[in-house]
Every structure is written in C-alpha cells, then in structure tokens.
Design a protein around this ligand. Structure first.
Ligand code: NAP
Length: 303
C-alpha cells in the first residue's frame, strides 16, 4: 500500500480524549456540564442503535444525557411542544431529533423548531447560512463534513490552493463539505468543484482532484484510474453489500463497502480513508464537539 491510511477510529479516540478532558475542566470551573437530549419517536431499530451510540458517547465524556423516547403516535403539536420545552431548558445545550419521523409529522417543521443555538446537528437554515458565511459566524458545522475536515487537517493534507472535487450534492454531506473547503482561511482555501448525476465527464473531474471527497452512495463508483497519483481520497459512502460473520462475536454483521475501489485506489492515492473506519467514526465525535461548544457559547467561554 502506498497511500497513508487516514484512520478515523484513532483520530476519534484522540478527539474524544481531548473533549473528555475539557469537559472535566469546564465542570471544575463552572460547576456545570454540557447537556444533550436525543428525541426518538417510535422503535425503528436503526434509529435506536444510532441514538444509543450518541447517548453512550455523551455519557462517556461526562455530559448530561437525556434519551427522550416518544410513542410513534405522538402528534406533531405535542412533538413541537417537547422541542420547545428543551429549547427553554438551561441544562440542555444540544437538541437532536432522530430521523426519520413518522409520516404524519412534518420533519422540516420539527427541525426548524429547534433553537438554532442548540441545533448541534447544524441542519437549521440559520446554521446553514452561518456555514455559508464562514469564519466566526459558524457555530455548528454539520457533523459528517466537520469530521471530514478534521481528518484532512489532522492527516496533514495541504488544502491551500488544492483542487478539491466533491462527488455528491446532498445537504448533509456534499454541499456543506464543498462550502467548508472553499472558505477563506487555514485548513481550507481550496478550489472546489461539485459533481453529481448530471455532470458530464465525471471521470475527468475526478482525475484533476488533489482532494477527492466521494459521497454518492454507489459502491465502487470511483475507479482507480480516476484517481490522481498522490491525491487525498475521502470515501464517505457506506453501502451494505452483503453480510459476514464477525470474527469477534461470531454473529452476522453487514458487509460494508465505500464508493471507491479501496484495494486498488490505495496503491495510487497519497492519503485514503477506509470504509468502515474512516469518516464513519467522526460523525458522532463532531456531534459531541458541537454540544461542548454550545455549552461554551451559552456560558460566555471562548471556543
Ligand atoms: P444522497 O442524499 O443520496 O446524495 C447522493 C449524491 O450523490 C447526490 O447528489 C447524487 O446526485 C450523487 N450521485 C449519486 N450517484 C451518482 C453518480 N453515479 N455519479 C455522480 N453523482 C452521483 O446521499 P448522502 O446522504 O449525501 O450520503 C452519501 C453516502 O454517504 C451514502 O452512502 C451515505 O450512507 C454515506 N454517509 C455516511 C455518513 C457517515 O459515515 N457518517 C454520513 C452521511 C452519509 P444527484 O443530486 O444528481 O442525485
């Protein structure tokens, strides 16, 4: 393998340790800890698993964590007043509503009801606008793109003047990561192209990339011959392509593949993220960082 592997699991552990230490110091200074509430509606197994991981990580850092589980039948009005209750709860710094919500509830209405100063997912239009402006305006960068930036910077990848190509234009990954890479400032200053299903000559765009971020959700979409030698390849895709037996537990687990042909790409790229173990571990980590920062903003502590 010629590429340097960007190990998201190791970087996650480093960041969580930093956040844990900071939480303890803040507790000693203020007598308070950051608070995160996750609101779960119904019993979707995937949602339960995501919420459990978030709560477990928050607990391990010493945060106050509340898992508020509501019946699948909760009305939109009642869910909105629950969000409002947490908007006014001074012990809660981050509010997260786990998606998807049942079809009788307007997801957009609920997400937009979260106080933008507690919107640690960074999906509220106010926070999307702040991200677009950049610099000091940014309070809560959305978690997956923030994790990608952290991987790029901690791996020592040069972004200044780099040609960055982002495959995918979703609101949660493609558009925000393109926006973050193009900002003026250290760890950014890239020249960014976004490509999608209507782009002509996808391969030609990818071949130009010094930094290639792929978030399409299509296994092996990016072929090894599309990768510029020495490029930094960030594979966001998580595609279930079958099942395998876990060596640890002996139980069946999902076999995951990214959007890039990893085995061949790693021989050409300069840096590469694996799937799993690359971008994936960073998302919850960045959620924790946003929650800690929210606590600091509300206590007038510099971030
Ligand atoms: P999405 O909303 O489905 O967006 C996919 C984007 O890729 C769209 O903009 C689509 O273009 C583009 N695309 C799809 N096929 C393409 C092709 N053949 N050529 C060029 N562009 C193509 O997906 P998402 O939510 O951004 O997620 C993308 C992937 O990242 C998924 O595998 C998801 O599971 C994974 N993901 C991982 C994490 C994590 O690790 N923490 C977090 C979020 C997402 P159009 O707009 O033209 O349709």
């Amino acid at each position: 393998m010629s590429a340097k592997l960007i190990n998201g699991k190791e970087i996650r552990e480093d960041i969580l340790e930093e956040l844990g230490r900071e939480t303890l110091a803040l507790k000693e200074k203020t007598g308070k800890v950051p608070g995160l509430v996750t609101i779960l509606v119904g019993e979707n197994p995937a949602s339960i698993s995501y919420v459990t991981s978030k709560i477990k990580t928050a607990k391990s850092l010493g945060f106050k964590e509340v898992q508020d589980t509501q019946s699948i039948d909760i009305s939109e009005v009642d869910l909105l007043s629950l969000v409002d209750k947490y908007n006014h709860d001074d012990t809660i710094n981050g509010i997260l509503v786990q998606l998807p919500l049942p079809s009788h509830i307007d997801e957009k209405k609920v997400l937009n009801a979260i106080d933008p100063d507690k919107d640690v997912d960074g999906f509220h239009p106010v926070n999307v606008g702040r991200l677009m402006i950049g610099g000091d305006e940014v309070k809560f960068p959305p978690c997956t793109p923030a994790g990608i930036m952290e991987l790029i910077v901690r791996a020592g990848v040069e972004t200044e003047g780099a040609e960055a190509v982002v495959v995918g234009r979703s609101n949660i990954v493609g558009k925000p990561i393109a926006n973050m890479l193009v900002q003026k400032g250290p760890g950014a200053n890239a020249t960014v192209t976004i490509v999608h299903t209507r782009t002509k000559n996808l391969a030609d765009h990818c071949r130009r990339a010094d930094i290639l971020v792929v978030a399409a959700g299509v296994p092996d979409l990016v072929k090894p011959e599309w990768i510029k030698p020495g490029a930094c390849v960030i594979d966001v895709g998580v595609n279930r392509v079958g099942e395998k037996i876990s060596e640890k537990t002996g139980r069946k687990i999902a076999l995951l593949k990214g959007d890039v042909d990893f085995d061949k790409a790693k021989e050409i790229a300069g840096f590469i993220t694996p799937v799993p173990g690359g971008v994936g571990p960073m998302t919850i980590t960045m959620l924790m960082r946003n929650t800690l920062n929210s606590f600091k903003y509300s206590n007038n502590i510099p971030v």
